[in-house]
Design a protein around this ligand. Sequence first.
Ligand code: KG4
Ligand code: ZN
Length: 381
Amino acid sequence: MKILAIETSCDDTCAAVLENDRVLSSVISSQIDLHSRWGGVVPEIAKRAHEERIGAVIAEALHKTHPLIPSLEKGGEENFFNRYMSQIEVIAVTKGPGLAVALGVGIETAKKLAIKYNKKLVAVNHIEGHLMSNFIKNSKGKPDREIVFPALNLTASGGHTKIILVNKSTPSPSPLRGSKDFDKEGNSINMQYIVAGETLDDAAGEALDKAAKLLGMGYPGGPVIERLAALNAVNSKDWLKLPRPLKNQDNFDYSFSGLKTSFYYQIRDWPKEKVNKNLYNLAASFQEAVLDTLVMKFRKAAEYYQPKTLLATGGVMANMALRKKLRKMARELGLPIFMPVKKEWNTDNAAMIGVAGYYKAIRGEFVEEIEKLDREARLEL
Ligand code: KG4
Ligand code: ZN
């Protein structure tokens, strides 16, 4: 089954083409250059950029699957899309949560394409997309992972921080129900999700973005903080004393806004020179507080739910120090842990929407009235 996937929930314009769960092409047009000077994503700018770029991003993703035929110049745009869209069976699009005006661009594009080329449409929850990024395979079917259920997933991104227990539902007793409950190998692919814990305020990535802003650094803050923290010569990760929010509470929830406030109050009266002189220590201390908190609560949840596999996903998982901490934690718990193998599959991308869309498609979960599909900016998993 060939799938065209579209993702425009925030500041990346993304399209991908998949054959089942295998990615044939994936294109990401980042808008960081447009937003960084404002210290965060500006919705109207994001909307306009998505509108300008989405057509070219989709065309590039389609063209990459067979770069030799036909070229845009030779056949013209109409012929180009006719040729490529004839091979696509299903269109998958992010319907939320995310920035409403940004989501709208992807949704309208997907609707137009589905109607014009008579394709089935699946609408994918963005967080489910992140969660499914560990199920993405490259065109050769790698990585060949055995994800045993129940699995416990931590998604940490700029908009979300959630611990989700993932289970496969019991296979239907009647194979006559065919593709609705079984994939080609006869496995049940009905996923069941239980949100075990989540942030009560800011997301982990958002906290890193805000801390970077306080330090006068650019957007997005996560990678900036990571680079500065890595330069920290004294390796004093708690040079600045910062709290580990909700540490002693008997739940699996997070809270990052108090951490940011504590950081702010401690440095707000410092002259700029003092901040600049201690930039590496400050970045290292803040990063450590965020990562420590993420791992601590995830560990607590793993000890409680006793999963067979751990999964970690979302933009913040691009952080090498976090990946190392999570691997150590998994080793101590004697559990396998999987994280997306490619850096670009941690942050927003359309390949993850395509994989989630593939599993929805084989369950027969198509949008019934395509014209009526609307964004669900506050959709809960
Ligand atoms: O998943 P994502 O691309 O978008 C959302 O769904 O929000 O995540 C973006 C977030 C940003 O907050 C960014 O600062 C953070 O992921 N991030 C990182 C790193 N790369 C991106 N955080 C820590 N270390 C990184 N290397
Ligand atoms: Zn995301």
